[in-house]
Design a protein around this ligand. Structure first.
Ligand SMILES: Nc1ncnc2c1ncn2[C@@H]1O[C@H](COP(=O)(O)OP(=O)(O)OP(=O)(O)O)[C@@H](O)[C@H]1O
Ligand SMILES: [Mg+2]
Length: 252
């Protein structure tokens, strides 16, 4: 393994990870044996064609799905076969997840959606602090004037930004995001990226991002490419692009 990778404490360790799904008489092998580790504070981009297994991998990293074999360790805990209550605890403390399909609660406003993980967390009961953080995060993603809007009253890109703010509310050490800028215009995409980079730099958040966007991937310290359920390339980017506002400036 590259020394730059092995030098730091691994935050995510993936061992022999396989996922197959029974589809009638046939078995579909979606992930065919993945091994890698992601050190604390790394920003890794997962790339690969549609159907290569990226979302499946992210779901397994988050413990939202169980592998057919192999395991995922998050911050030293093997999570793949934990009982649901234990898993929920680890997940709540460790992970912020941004789904490809946002998964906002339709009956809650933008602000309430962002606050939800906070309210469900037993360790975070200062509601004024939670509210202030939720407002700040929504303002950071450019939605300070949409706090009381329900998901149906928001565009796809706005919903995506709410989902991103929600993933950050508990300051998780790991943020997993599936195409977080997929539906955003260049300016808003740059804002979201800036937010991710800031968290990565100031709070040491470990970031794993699925993206099709080769420009976004230039900001990452590492690029892992999947093809047909296998890693076909895993490269360190020693000189990641530093400033997401450059992209916004080019767009203006
Ligand atoms: N429940 C399922 N049953 C059968 N096949 C599935 C199931 N879930 C996923 N697959 C298949 O597994 C493969 C990987 O799916 P996955 O969603 O991980 O791809 P992806 O790389 O995220 O693609 P995209 O870029 O389009 O989001 C696809 O071929 C998909 O059809
Ligand atoms: Mg996907």
């Amino acid at each position: 393994m590259n020394e730059a990778v092995s030098a730091k404490v691994p935050m995510i360790v993936v061992e022999g990870l396989r996922k197959s799904i029974r589809n009638g008489p046939r078995t579909v092998d979606i992930l065919k044996g993945l091994d890698f580790s992601i050190p604390q504070g790394q920003f890794a981009a997962i790339m690969g064609a549609s159907g290569s297994g990226k979302s499946t991998l992210l779901g397994l990293l988050a413990g939202l799905d169980t592998p057919s074999s192999g395991n995922v360790h998050l911050n030293g805990t093997a999570i793949s076969y934990l009982p649901e209550d234990k898993l929920a605890q680890v997940r709540g403390k460790t992970i912020g997840f941004v789904f490809q399909s946002y998964q906002l609660i339709p009956t809650l406003t933008a602000l309430e959606n962002v606050l939800l993980p906070y309210e469900l967390n037993a360790d975070a009961q200062d509601s004024d602090a939670g509210m202030a953080r939720a407002r700040e995060l929504l303002t950071n993603v450019g939605l300070g004037d949409r706090l009381d809007h329900y998901p149906v009253q928001l565009s796809g890109g706005e919903q995506q930004r709410v989902a991103l703010a929600r993933a950050f509310i508990l300051r998780p050490p790991i943020v997993l995001a599936d195409e977080p800028t997929g539906n955003l215009d260049t300016t808003n995409g740059a804002h979201v990226l800036e937010l991710l980079l800031n968290l990565n730099r100031t709070e040491g958040t470990t970031l794993v991002l699925v993206t099709h966007d080769p420009v976004l991937a230039t900001y990452a310290n590492r690029r892992i490419v999947l093809r047909d359920g296998l890693i076909v390339s895993d490269e360190i980017n020693a000189n990641p692009t530093a400033d997401a506002q450059q992209t916004a400036a080019v767009a203006r």
